[in-house]
Design a protein around this ligand. Structure first.
Ligand code: G1P
Length: 307
């Protein structure tokens, strides 16, 4: 090491993706298929999330899964039978698509057992993560790769230490669907200091319209807090409640900051938003977009007008 050089902290390399939910909003599609495997255009939703982690340099991905989630493991593994069939046909383009998902990151899996909430899912990652900061990515939120968010959050964590959440301003009548943050400005226009957090507040009690969207970079001190966190909203152990404790007492695990995201986010968590996400992404695709946009325009202006 060069004399006088400041020892930099280890680069964040681990991502945790909770994926144990039952996906009841998408029944019957999710009866035997994990909701994370539902296609968004032609890729399973979860692949976008793993791609985002990999693009931010997180090459160690732990998925917290549950019953009926075997297809997730298969999707990120090699499929030799399919690969050799495509090889024999000389179909290099499709072969590349098959191999893409198994080459993204080193994948690990742990099962949650009892679905006791997001906080509990994150706690299941403790033995794998150890004593280093790590990222959490929720599968229902897709962040457009053209508007990188996680990289910025990692930068902010490296600068300030502690934990960082992703925030987005939402309409007041939407805030009850999210964790809401009390914030103070900082000298960086896209960074706020988080002084408090409430999970899914009634609009009248919301500290602000800043909603947590599903990206976090967390100090490992969160595990100690989660072990002691009682069930909160919906009778579940809430990650937001543990973060509230970190925000309230900086001595535990450093400060909590928020990166205010103004880019493109697609919600695949409910059916209407899922359909909107597919239409938007399909419209923007270079291969499918031109034809699809022409059809959509005609459908909206002509066919939809007919009684
Ligand atoms: C979870 C979190 C919530 C956050 C949201 C983002 O809620 O508990 O704080 O705002 O994800 O998508 P869920 O949507 O899983 O109920």
């Amino acid at each position: 090491m060069v004399a006088g050089m400041i020892q930099s902290h280890p680069r964040i390399s681990k991502a945790v993706i909770p994926a144990a939910g039952l996906g009841t909003r998408f029944l019957p599609a999710t009866k035997a298929t994990p909701k994370e495997m539902l296609p968004v255009v032609d890729k399973p939703a979860i692949q976008y999330v793993v791609e985002e982690a990999a693009a931010a340099g997180l090459d160690d991905v732990l998925m917290v899964t549950g019953r009926n989630k075997r297809p997730l493991e298969d999707h990120f593994d090699r499929n030799y039978e399919l690969e050799s069939a495509l090889n024999r046909k000389g179909d290099a383009a499709r072969l590349a698509k098959v191999q893409e998902s198994s080459d993204l990151a080193t994948m690990h899996y742990v099962r949650q057992g009892d679905p006791k909430g997001l906080g509990h899912a994150v706690l299941c990652a403790a033995p794998h993560v150890g004593d280093e900061p790590f990222a959490v990515l929720l599968g229902d939120d897709l962040i457009d790769p053209r508007d990188p968010l996680l990289q910025r959050m990692i930068e902010v964590q490296e600068q300030h230490g502690g934990s960082v959440v992703a925030l987005m301003e939402v309409a007041p009548e939407q805030i009850h669907l999210y964790g809401s943050a009390a914030v103070e400005t900082t000298t960086d226009s896209d960074v706020v200091r988080v002084s408090g957090l409430v999970e899914k507040p009634d609009p009248a009690d919301a500290p602000s319209n800043y909603a947590i969207i599903g990206r976090y970079v967390l100090d490992p001190a969160v595990f100690g807090i989660l072990r002691k966190t009682e069930p909160g909203r919906g009778g579940e152990i809430q990650l937001t409640d543990a973060l509230q404790q970190l925000a309230a007492d900086e001595k535990i695990g450093g400060p909590v900051h928020g990166v205010v995201f103004k880019g493109r986010r697609y919600d695949t968590g409910d059916r209407g938003d899922y359909l909107r996400a597919i239409v938007r992404l399909a419209c923007e695709r270079e291969d499918l977009g031109p034809d699809f946009r022409t059809w959509l325009r005609r459908y909206v202006t002509e066919e939809m007008q007919q009684p």
